[in-house]
Design a protein around this ligand. Sequence first.
Ligand SMILES: Nc1ncnc2c1ncn2[C@@H]1O[C@H](COP(=O)(O)OP(=O)(O)OP(=O)(O)O)[C@@H](O)[C@H]1O
Ligand SMILES: [Mg+2]
Length: 338
Amino acid sequence: MVDGATPVVTDNQICRGAGRPDCGCRCFEQECMVEMIIETDSLTKLYGKKVGCEDICLAVGEGQIFGFLGPNGAGKSTLVKMLVGLLFPTSGTAQILGRPLGDLGARRRIGFLPENFCYQDWLTGEELLSFHACLYRMSKMEKKRRIPAVLEQVGLAGKEKQKVGSYSKGMRQRVGLACALLPDPDLVFLDEPTSALDPLGRREVRKIMVELRERGKTVFLNSHLLSEVEMICDRVAIINKGRIVAGGSLCELLANSIEVEMQVEAQSPEMLADLSSISRSVTVEGRIVRVSLRGKEDIPALAEAVVRNGGKLFSLEARQKSLEDLFVDIIREEGHLI
Ligand SMILES: Nc1ncnc2c1ncn2[C@@H]1O[C@H](COP(=O)(O)OP(=O)(O)OP(=O)(O)O)[C@@H](O)[C@H]1O
Ligand SMILES: [Mg+2]
């Protein structure tokens, strides 16, 4: 049942209450006060005639973990590659850390873990990091300080003399994450950072992301692991077939997604028509009637519609949808064709 839990979030806290429809937070007002670290205006990438992503307007605030979700081929990596300067947009503009795309000063403050990382197998973990430190133009002192620190952070301390070619898949992902975190970036793009990790590794990486946020850093996370996104992200955007189809704080998105299951006898076409006027989706399976609602304030109207049409209501249970339910609903509504 959706309970009427008392809000636990006070005015000056940012809400992390994913899935709390009535958390009482003020995440939207707070959002207006946050400095924007990424702003895109109609950003579009075409590969010939094929759409990579189209007309992307996004704003990501400082100190957030932003989840960027979408089915395979939706355009997530294309957008990230444009934002980190690996692809030129076909049209549109963007600002990263207050600077236009491609600005070198901004790039030094960005970390990036690509999805298909392929590092130099013949280097040791330490040599690889040293190479990346050179690319970031880090001083010798900084290098000496940061390399052991990131190795420790990603759980590779003691493995730095081993060749990357001999690393397991999870260790490779960890060393990639170490490269992304090396310059202690203000903004870090992680394209599926936990896809190769075991459950413990995933938990460790989530902890790293949360620690980054606590230090005021911004994390842009591409992920298919929706339960993970639900656990840590402040805001999300969903992309499908190159276009953003939904977005907002997790509170906002999930608060508007309630599923109600009723046991009803003496159903009639009139009753189902009445329910359909309240809900965007009504399905019937024997005595069970399932209804999706945008808010729990519509629940009493459902019960009334059943009774008004002569139905017998034996039970009514409402539950908050998960991010995964919401994702599937949205992509289904939009139609998913790669
Ligand atoms: N180099 C390329 N040349 C041509 N088309 C490309 C190229 N890279 C991506 N695409 C196309 O652009 C679209 C978006 O791809 P992209 O890799 O951004 O998706 P994605 O959301 O990251 O998918 P996944 O979840 O599988 O990583 C797809 O239709 C893909 O085939
Ligand atoms: Mg991708």
